[in-house]
Design a protein. Structure first.
Length: 395
């Protein structure tokens, strides 16, 4: 890890070898059942990652027009792009229509009316799926739960009939099927099993196929192991897809789609940061790092806990609160964390920063965005130099 000391901190360090193995796992397991995976671009949009994902034949799950444009720019075929979001603007909808993407996932009857109108103006037919809110508890943090009655996402079952009728009556809408996404960082099988049960029920109850459905999209949400990232670097995609294959009860011709984000990229990066000060508090010792909530927002946003290791020393000797430099009391990475005796200048690695870390980074406090570095076959590459032109540094 000596080479890391020569790089200005903080920075994201991506392990492309692990990432390739993760892509092997997710594609192999999904292919067993003919499932189609759309990568949720918002988890991480770094070019080397997205290009690898697209080249493996995965599609893209987008939540903004700019993400739709990015997916297409990265070479994703339009018929592999899906577009969700409660607040799509007219120009975002037009972009999706003009590029004839696979499907817009609609979140309200009000949105269907706007899409139908815009499609008519454009002389086009919009492919739409209805995002249904199944009222399933994802058993995850409340800020990343999306499928309960009180959440803003999706169409409530009370409005589903109206939405189906609207699609049937508009010649500018082509109804594709149903879409679900119940939340993120789901680490138990139970919410997914419950989701299958709800989907089977809704599919029959509303006679979804009589409306011409050809697809079902089950969203993402599969969690990663933030506590033991090194022991458990690749999520159990086998268990995940098998659960759906076992519990879903749909006709064979319905194509089944997933939108995985975190589980694909989550373990691919660490955030490397330098200790600026070790400061004595009254009953505490603070390790103050040069990375903060601007580089990793998850702890401040939803009390996420990431494993932290000291790359410069070993052995358990002290208890520290690890905090960032931002002028916010929530800029805290860990409290009462056991670390080797830590001193100014030590390098710390914050694990599992592949998902919702760099993509959520902020300019707050006018801080510059931290760069990304990549390790591939034991060689370290910088972000903006083309791989073949860069003088490689051996790690
Ligand atoms: C964010 C998001 C996903 C991805 O969720 P992960 O938990 O990262 O797998 C999938 N679908 C939709 C609609 C999303 O908003």
């Amino acid at each position: 890890m000596n080479a890391l000391h020569n790089i200005n901190t903080p920075f994201y360090l991506y392990d492309l070898d692990l990432f390739d193995r993760t892509l092997d796992a997710v594609t192999n397991e999904a292919n067993k059942y003919g499932y189609i995976v759309h990568y949720a671009l918002k988890a991480n949009n770094q070019k080397p990652l997205v290009e690898r994902i697209i080249s493996r034949g995965l599609g893209a799950d987008c939540v903004s027009g700019d993400e739709v444009a990015a997916a297409l720019q990265h070479g994703c075929s339009p018929d592999m792009v899906v577009f969700a979001g409660v607040g799509k603007t007219d120009s975002e909808i037009m972009l999706a229509l003009d590029n004839e993407i696979y499907c817009l996932n609609c979140e309200s009857v009000e949105e269907l009316a706007v899409i139908s109108e815009l499609a008519e103006k454009a002389g086009n037919v919009a492919h739409v799926a209805l995002r249904v809110n199944p009222d399933v508890d994802a058993e995850t943090h409340r800020n990343i739960t999306t499928g309960r009655d009180e959440n803003k996402f999706g169409i409530h079952l009370m409005h589903l009939q109206e939405a189906l009728d609207f699609c049937r009556n508009s010649e500018y809408l082509n109804f594709m099927g149903l879409h679900f996404h119940i939340g993120s960082q789901i680490i138990s099988s139970k919410p997914f099993a419950l989701l299958c049960e709800r989907v089977n029920h809704i599919w029959n109850e509303f006679r979804i196929e009589e409306y011409g459905a050809t697809m079902l999209n089950l969203g993402g949400g599969l969690g990663i192991d933030y506590n033991n990232p090194e022991e458990n670097p690749i999520p159990d995609f086998n268990l995940f897809f098998n659960l759906f294959a076992t519990n879903l009860n749909l006709p064979k011709h319905i194509s089944v789609h997933f939108e995985l984000g975190r589980s694909i990229v989550g373990q691919a990066a660490k955030l490397i940061t330098k200790v600026l000060f070790v400061k004595k508090g009254i009953n505490k010792q603070f390790v103050i790092t040069d990375a903060g909530m601007t580089e990793l927002l998850r702890p401040a946003l939803y009390q996420a806990v990431h494993k932290i290791s000291n790359l410069s020393s070993q052995g358990v000797t002290g208890k520290y609160d690890v905090v960032g430099p931002a002028c916010e009391s929530s800029d805290v990475f860990a409290t009462e964390l056991l670390l080797p005796e830590t001193k100014r200048g030590d390098l710390l690695a914050i694990h599992s920063c592949g998902a919702y870390a760099q993509s959520m980074s902020l300019h707050y406090n006018l801080r510059e965005k931290a760069p990304a570095y990549y390790i591939h076959n034991g060689i370290l590459y910088s972000e903006d130099s083309p791989l073949e032109l860069l003088q490689p540094i051996i790690v």
